[in-house]
Design a binder for this molecule. Structure first.
Ligand code: PEP
Ligand code: MN
Length: 352
């Protein structure tokens, strides 16, 4: 059930609505917008009488919710969620500007991380990606540098000021990874690792939640709900391609997922064209398509020497190709009334 309050409701009347909801054993989730306040009721709906609610002072409307996700639902929020990063916190994901996160698939060493970070930053990326713990299909493949990789990421953040996005794979590592990372990435293979989702829900770190290889959009939203139900509302959803019968691409990028998610949820939507296409030459076209379809951010794999990469070299862009892609997505962003957030104005910002 969602309670939409009247404009300018008094604090007392709002308190009484919350008390009433909580007296039935449900949880009241308050979302304050510029024009209206919404009280979302979480728990067993049957215990609340719609009629009794409409009679409370300050209630304008009561809307039953049939969707399984609540906190993630657009209906539960008075506005879109925007998440701030950096020190000063001037990078915003979920606003008008599209934010680009870029970096290697895996952290492989100091020099390559440093070189990649500098290159992507000067081309306009605002955040640095890099896995220290890698989910690999083969147990014999490079598994990541572990904590040493996290330390390198923190070092490069100190030098460049770029917030870092890195994957956490195990509930036992959440505290450690969160002590280094600005964003905790949950990989596609872990989208329904409910113990991990619960654990990242308990820390105050934004989460980049990647869609599972064969997950529906509803399942993705339910995974976000797991995190949010623990109190962490800063979740970004990531479309990274799904498994279909097509073999020409590594995965199939579900473009329609972008407008569907924007309709269904207030959470920011990020697109990963690197893992979707699986080939460097597909990254820029897919990135442009994602921007045109309304994403809030992109996450892109870049490597100074893709042929020598320890993971995902075939889909990693050279820094020069990344810089060219930034120009292309800027043009598309302008065409759809958005702009690309950049640091030093290296990609000319739009004004409208
Ligand atoms: C990655 O970002 O390198 C990664 C492993 O992504 P995904 O979980 O989407 O496969
Ligand atoms: Mn990768």
């Amino acid at each position: 059930m969602i309670i939409v309050t009247k404009a300018h409701i008094s604090a007392d009347a709002l308190d009484r609505i919350i008390e009433h909801v909580e007296s039935t054993g449900m949880r009241a989730h308050v979302s304050r917008g510029e024009h209206r306040t919404i009280v979302g009721c979480i728990g067993e709906d049957a215990k609340l009488s719609e009629l009794a609610l409409t009679q409370l002072e300050g209630v304008e409307r009561v809307i039953p919710v049939l969707k399984p996700y609540k906190l993630a639902s657009r209906d539960f929020s008075a506005g879109s969620t925007a998440i701030r990063f950096g020190d000063p916190a001037d990078t915003v994901i979920g606003g008008r500007d599209i934010v680009v996160i870029a970096g290697p698939c895996s952290v492989e060493g100091r020099d390559m991380l440093h070189e990649t970070a500098r290159a992507v930053q000067s081309a306009g990326a605002r955040m640095l990606r890099g896995g220290a713990y890698k989910p690999r299909s083969s147990p014999y493949a490079f598994q990541g540098m572990g904590e040493a990789g996290l330390e390198l990421l923190a070092e490069v953040r100190a030098e460049t000021g770029m917030p870092i996005v890195t994957e956490v794979m195990d509930p036992r590592q959440v505290e450690l990874v969160a002590s280094y990372a600005d964003v905790l990435q949950i990989g596609a293979r872990n989208m329904q690792n409910f113990a991990l989702l619960t654990e990242v829900g308990k820390v105050q770190r934004p989460v980049l939640l990647k869609r599972g290889l064969s997950a529906t959009i509803t399942e993705l939203l339910m995974a976000a709900e797991y995190i949010m139900a623990q109190g962490n509302g800063d979740v970004m959803l990531c479309e990274r391609g799904i498994r279909t019968y097509e073999t020409a691409t590594r995965n199939t990028m579900d473009i329609a997922a972008i407008p569907v998610l924007k309709r269904e949820t207030h959470l920011p939507v990020i697109v990963d064209p690197s893992h979707a296409g699986g080939r460097a030459d597909l990254v820029a076209p897919l990135a442009m398509a994602a921007v045109a379809a309304g994403c809030d951010g992109l996450i892109i794999e870049v490597h100074p020497e893709p042929t020598k990469a320890l993971s995902d070299g075939e889909q990693s862009l050279l820094p020069s190709a990344f810089a060219a892609m930034m120009q292309q997505i800027h043009a598309v962003a302008l065409a759809v009334g958005r702009s690309v957030a950049t640091d030093a104005g290296l990609v000319t910002r739009s004004v409208s």
